[in-house]
Design a protein around this ligand. Structure first.
Ligand SMILES: *Cc1c(COP(=O)(O)O)cnc(C)c1O
Length: 382
């Protein structure tokens, strides 16, 4: 046999048996999706568990989908180049460095496969669950850095760095906390991390945020050190979660490796067409922003008014703490679901006492607040 042989069989299984998966995949964690259907009996169901757009997709995207519907016998562009060009035009980026993907979650996996290997990955303790899950299922070591007041703590991340650290993942703003870091904080983190550690800034909720001090980290990708990646998605703000389209802006030297990790034809013809059309639909984008800021503000005010603690979320969701520990949150979440309001307990993010609720339609928001108010009154009278 040539080269080192990695024997991953259990000692008892040296006899001939069926093929075995890599050991880290046997017990690796599984992604828990938000609840998508209600228990029997709920009259109207509002999906508020996955941060999906309440506006539906853009009409221009729908037209674009029908426009290419007849061409599905043809492979799409192998690299999604037309989409990369459209993204480049809109955001003023070099299209050659835009990696398109079937959703941005898979980019996390590619980064770990390509640049982490058996090394370790640091992320804030209440981060998006995929960083931990993807790391563990690739044989890398997930390392959770403590947060302060449910906000990413740059110092704590730096304290977690070890010789094994290969990448740091930060969602900005973060899901499910909705808290964010300024570009200055990210810059200072980058400056104090070893240059061979990759910093990944996941901007899945970028388009919802217009607060002073918050900026995209795209400028950091251009640094000569070539050690920052920014990811974005069409799933949330652009309302295309079902189609699976995302992208990353990466240093030039990374592009060829991403091409190999992704393989050809990863983004479908329909997804490319719809995403390009969505980028051009500025009226849709204005409504998406306006609806979200209005209802998120109202939702957070109402939840606080009922006596719950919330974070200051800038995303398309709110997060609130339920008294009574993890059981309290699970019970309340089940009672909301029984009324057709599907939310999510943040137990996958080490916040088992907290419930995340997405910003939905006006009807969904009023129904949610009414239900929460009723359930909270019931709880107080018990
Ligand atoms: C929703 C989400 C994503 C990924 O969404 P895709 O549908 O895979 O593009 C990535 N990061 C964060 C923080 C998210 O909340």
């Amino acid at each position: 046999m040539n080269g080192p042989h990695f024997d991953h069989r259990h000692p008892d299984e040296h006899a001939v048996g069926s093929p075995l998966p890599m050991p880290y995949l046997v017990d690796g964690p599984v992604y828990t999706p938000g609840q998508a259907s209600a228990p029997a009996g709920a009259a109207t169901v509002f999906r508020l568990a996955s941060n999906e757009s309440p506006l539906g997709m853009s009409d221009m995207a729908r037209d674009a989908i029908f426009g290419v519907a007849g061409n599905q016998h043809l492979y799409p562009d192998p690299d999604g180049a037309p989409l990369a060009r459209a993204i480049g035009d809109v955001f003023g980026l070099d299209p050659a460095r835009i990696v398109t993907s079937p959703g941005s979650d898979i980019i996390i996996n590619w980064i770990i496969q390509g640049w982490v290997g058996q090394g370790s990955v640091i992320y804030p303790e209440h981060a998006f669950q995929s960083y931990r899950i993807r790391a563990a299922n690739n044989g890398a070591t997930p390392v959770a850095a403590p947060e302060v007041d449910l906000r990413t703590d740059v110092q704590a991340i730096l304290r977690c760095v070890s010789p094994q650290t290969r990448a740091v993942f930060i969602a900005n703003p973060n899901n499910p906390t909705g808290t964010w870091l300024s570009l200055e904080e990210l810059r200072s983190l980058r400056a104090r991390l070893r240059s061979d550690i990759l910093l990944v800034v996941d901007e899945a909720y970028f388009d919802y945020v217009r607060v002073r001090g918050y900026e995209t980290a795209l400028a950091l990708v251009d640094s000569p050190a070539a050690n920052v990646i920014v990811t974005r998605t069409f799933s949330k703000f652009y309302g295309l979660a079902g189609l699976r389209v995302g992208w990353a802006y990466v240093p030039t030297s990374f592009v060829r490796v991403f091409d190999k990790l992704r393989g050809p034809f990863a983004v479908s013809r329909i997804a490319i067409a719809a995403a390009i059309a969505s980028l051009g639909d500025t009226a849709y984008q204005t409504s998406a922003y306006t609806h979200n800021v209005r209802w998120r503000t109202w939702l957070q005010d109402q939840i606080r008014g009922l006596g719950y603690r919330t974070t200051d979320s800038v995303g398309n969701f709110a997060l609130f703490q339920v008294p009574g520990g993890a059981d309290g949150a699970t019970t309340l979440n089940a009672r909301l679901a029984a009324k057709g309001l599907l939310c999510r307990v943040a137990n996958q993010n080490a916040l088992p006492e907290w419930i995340r609720v997405s910003v939905g339609s006006a009807d969904a928001m009023t129904a949610f607040v009414q239900a929460l108010s009723d359930l909270s009154r019931d709880a107080r009278h018990r």
